[in-house]
Write a protein that binds this ligand. Structure first.
Ligand code: T5A
Length: 212
């Protein structure tokens, strides 16, 4: 059996990642496909504990401590969940993955790129997504969506304006053959239609354009 597709969805807070991941997964399941959705940080008992700590507004964390909590979560999720699912031929869709580490810990916190890349490689064992989708919205749009949803702010969301500007800039600047930027400043259904169209151009056997 061939390895499953590994898709990650990235962007600033409130970009609509969870919404779009849910729609894609529902549509794939309706087509009879095996799909696993994970969110980062999180997804295993250990990773959920790390998530609680790293998002706790009552804690003050050094940038390196923040990085290691993200990576302990990733290493555990990768070993116990993502890699076995991909090897079983299941498509895995991750709500955030290592582009978030680039944006937040390198772009936002200013940690050394080469150190973070090396540490991340230890956590992933070198397994990289087949496609990284970046949902592009201005950070103020994401914040307004959060405010409208009435969600309490976590430790990352409480960081200062400059931090969030640097994170947004790092997402904007991310390029490469495996990275797809999608304007996401439109209603969820419109974003979904554009995203599915892009996915079906790249992986027509998995995302048929005429179905669902
Ligand atoms: N982090 C994570 C790091 O620093 N380093 C790392 O390596 C990793 C992996 C995780 C935090 O950890 C940081 C980044 C984060 O700060 P999180 O809660 O998992 O935190 O991430 P958030 O981005 O905060 O997750 P959200 O679920 O809040 O945002 P989403 O998923 O982008 O947005 P979504 O889909 O939940 O939508 C938010 C609201 O907007 C509405 C939704 O209904 C919802 O109310 N919405 C739209 N409204 C209008 N138009 C659209 N197109 C909309 N799409 C969604």
């Amino acid at each position: 059996m061939s390895r499953g597709l590994f898709l990650t969805v990235e962007g600033v807070e409130g970009a609509g990642k969870t919404t779009q991941v849910g729609r894609i997964a529902r549509r794939l399941r309706a087509l009879g496909r095996d799909v696993l959705v994970v969110r980062e940080p999180g997804g295993t008992p250990l990773a959920e504990q790390a998530r609680k700590l790293v998002l706790d507004p009552a804690l003050e964390l050094e940038p390196a401590a923040e990085l290691f909590l993200m990576l302990v979560a990733r290493a555990d999720l990768m070993h116990h969940v993502i890699r076995p699912a991909l090897e079983a031929g299941t498509a895995v869709i991750a709500d955030r993955f290592d582009l978030s580490t680039h944006a937040y810990q390198i772009g936002g916190r200013g940690l050394s790129e080469s150190d973070v890349v090396a540490a991340n490689r230890l956590a992933t064992g070198g397994l990289a997504p087949d496609l990284v989708v970046v949902l592009d919205v201005p950070p103020e749009v994401g914040r307004a969506r959060h405010a409208a949803a009435g969600k309490p702010k976590d430790r990352m969301e409480l960081a200062d304006e400059g931090f969030h500007r640097r994170v947004a800039e790092a997402f904007r600047a991310a390029t490469g053959p495996g990275i797809l930027h999608l304007p996401a400043d439109q209603p969820p259904e419109d974003v979904h239609v554009k995203l599915w169209t892009e996915l079906s151009r790249r992986f027509p056997a998995i995302f048929p354009q005429d179905a669902g």
